[in-house]
Design a protein around this ligand. Structure first.
Ligand code: FES
Ligand code: FES
Length: 158
């Protein structure tokens, strides 16, 4: 079986897998990294949202054979290390706002939020409700109001 190497949460990893295996299953089944959740498998629910080279992506819809050796993937497990803390400020804001209900969608929500805030801040402005309207992560528990409050609070600390 072919081998694919890339950086995952700051560590070089190699997986033996068919090239058409989705990155989500490579992470979850081959590498034991289960923060990115499976919801739809077709890039709709966003439960699997993680980062590739600092930008949000949905690993259910990318094949491991398309990942380059130089690519850096970050999942919720590796998020705190990106700021050298026990928790990322967005995770702290999530706790402060008691966002999670069942929790299933929450890693994807947080990863999407961090990528969005970074992108907005890089353009030199504050996050707006219009920006938040662009997030498409589904929460079947309907925690959207608390998600929005937490993103605004987390953005202030990022
Ligand atoms: S599982 Fe990846 S977008 Fe739904
Ligand atoms: S907290 Fe249950 S799906 Fe979002």
């Amino acid at each position: 079986m072919p081998k694919y190497s890339f950086t995952l949460n700051g560590e070089k990893v190699t997986v033996n897998a068919p090239g058409d295996l989705s990155v989500l299953w490579a992470l979850r089944d081959k590498l034991g990294v289960t923060g990115p959740k499976y919801g739809c498998g077709i890039n709709v629910c966003k439960a699997c949202t993680s980062h590739i080279n600092g930008k949000a992506f949905n690993p259910c819809s990318v094949q491991v054979g398309d990942i380059k050796t130089s690519d850096e993937i970050t999942t919720i497990e590796g998020l705190p290390a990106t700021v050298g803390a026990e928790l990322h400020p967005m995770q702290e804001a999530w706790l402060d706002n008691d966002v999670a209900q069942c929790g299933y969608c929450q890693p994807g929500q947080i990863m999407a939020a961090v990528a969005l805030v970074k992108e907005v801040k890089a353009s030199g402005r504050a996050i707006t409700d219009d920006d938040l309207d662009g997030l498409r992560n589904i929460c079947r528990c309907g925690t959207y109001v608390r998600i929005r409050e937490a993103i605004k609070a987390g953005a202030e600390q990022m």
